[in-house]
Design a protein around this ligand. Structure first.
Ligand code: F6R
Length: 364
């Protein structure tokens, strides 16, 4: 049932090209730059968006915030469900509440959805599990179609959620006139490339080099992850994956926050993973890399293929296929998953059954 893989987690990591194909299939129309999501939601019927989720799904929501604000120019806030549900949130008929959940059963997210509905919000779910509790209470559901996810640490559901947000941001941008047909076509093309890029990110020589880096640092006590903009959540997700399955303490920050505190942690024993793939703000991120180096930190840089220039600043480099910045979090997440995976296996941990964790959190 693990299809020849040692673990469900690894199997699901390798299923990502197919999962992403399933997320995208039938929803993109090249000629017109249109996206068809098969939902009834009127894209003009709200003025603001609240994205609500827990854990990894919350990080997918943070990418969603970035994409929707950039591409559709709608104000978005993102909340962890356990906070949202108890803070008497400001909701009205002008709000679209988007809940994000693999299982569709997470109790905090379900209760947050009920809270949003009580306030009159329109509701949309970005959901994997068909017919789950949330889908029965949602106005509209955008299924991610990632297929069943057994591994406790979420992998393919995350990348499919992020891809669903690419589609949603494109759809909203087209409907609300913030994207020209040309811009939409460019993004649509970038989205369509995702299954192939993720396949490429899983090429044996890349996986092997991530395994080597993971083993080199597997005995670190702590890890720091940094990223910016649309890839700040990639850093958060990388740290969460590492904590969950290897039990190494990991912190993650938006790279620009480093000098406001976490820089004090840096010494020669601290591996710092920096997401530094091609982006508008790459130069800023590279200056953060130099700050880490100046304090003898060990830099593991995630770089776009061919970026030998910036490789000079790093102790170790993980190369990933070049992708349009707006879809790059999907490709970059794969390297994060593999880094966590090989760290955990190097330490002899049972990645499919991480201690203290359950696949679906249906109690508070
Ligand atoms: C992390 C992980 C959890 C879930 C969270 C929400 O790998 O799996 O953080 O993402 O419990 O679960 P869903 O998406 O089912 O609501």
């Amino acid at each position: 049932e693990k299809g020849g893989f040692d673990t469900y987690m690894l199997k699901e990591i390798y299923e990502q090209p197919q999962a992403l194909t399933n997320t995208l299939i039938g929803r993109l129309h090249d000629e017109t730059g249109e996206v068809n999501l098969d939902i009834n939601l009127d894209p003009q019927s709200f003025k603001r968006i609240s994205i609500i989720a827990c854990g990894t799904a919350y990080y997918a929501g943070l990418v969603g915030e970035y994409l929707i604000e950039q591409l559709a120019r709608i104000p978005v806030e993102v909340d962890v469900a356990s906070e949202y549900r108890y803070r008497n949130p400001l909701v009205s008929e002008n709000t679209l509440a988007i809940v994000v959940s693999q299982s569709g059963e997470t109790i905090d997210t379900l209760e947050a959805l009920r809270e949003a509905k009580k306030g009159g919000a329109k509701t949309l779910g970005v959901i994997n599990a068909k017919g789950s509790s949330m889908t029965r209470e949602l106005g509209d559901t955008l299924y991610i179609h990632a297929g069943p996810e057994i591994g406790v640490a979420s992998t393919k559901a995350y990348t499919s959620m992020v891809s669903a947000f690419v589609l949603l941001a494109l759809w909203l941008g087209r409907a609300r006139g913030t994207l020209t047909e040309e811009q939409a076509q460019e993004l649509l093309h970038a989205a369509r490339e995702l299954p192939r890029l993720v396949e490429e990110a899983l090429a044996p020589e890349r996986v092997e080099s991530i395994r080597q880096v993971a083993e080199k640092y597997a005995h670190a006590r702590d890890y720091l992850f940094l990223g910016r903009g649309v890839n700040a959540p990639t850093a958060f997700e990388g740290a969460l994956k590492l904590k969950e399955i290897s039990y190494i303490h990991a912190e993650a920050y938006a790279a620009g926050e480093m000098k406001h505190g976490p820089i004090a942690l840096i010494d020669a024993n601290l591996p710092v993973v920096v997401v530094a793939t091609e982006s508008r703000l790459l130069e800023k991120t590279i200056s953060n890399v130099q700050e880490v180096k100046a304090r003898s930190g060990k830099v593991i840089a995630l770089l776009s293929d061919g970026d030998t220039e910036n490789a000079r600043h790093a102790d170790d480099v993980l190369y990933v296929p070049r992708a349009h910045e707006m879809v790059s979090p999907v490709v970059n997440a794969v390297a994060m998953q593999l880094l966590a995976y090989f760290t955990a296996t190097a330490l002899g941990k049972d990645v499919d059954k991480p201690r203290n964790l359950a696949k679906s959190v249906t109690v508070e």
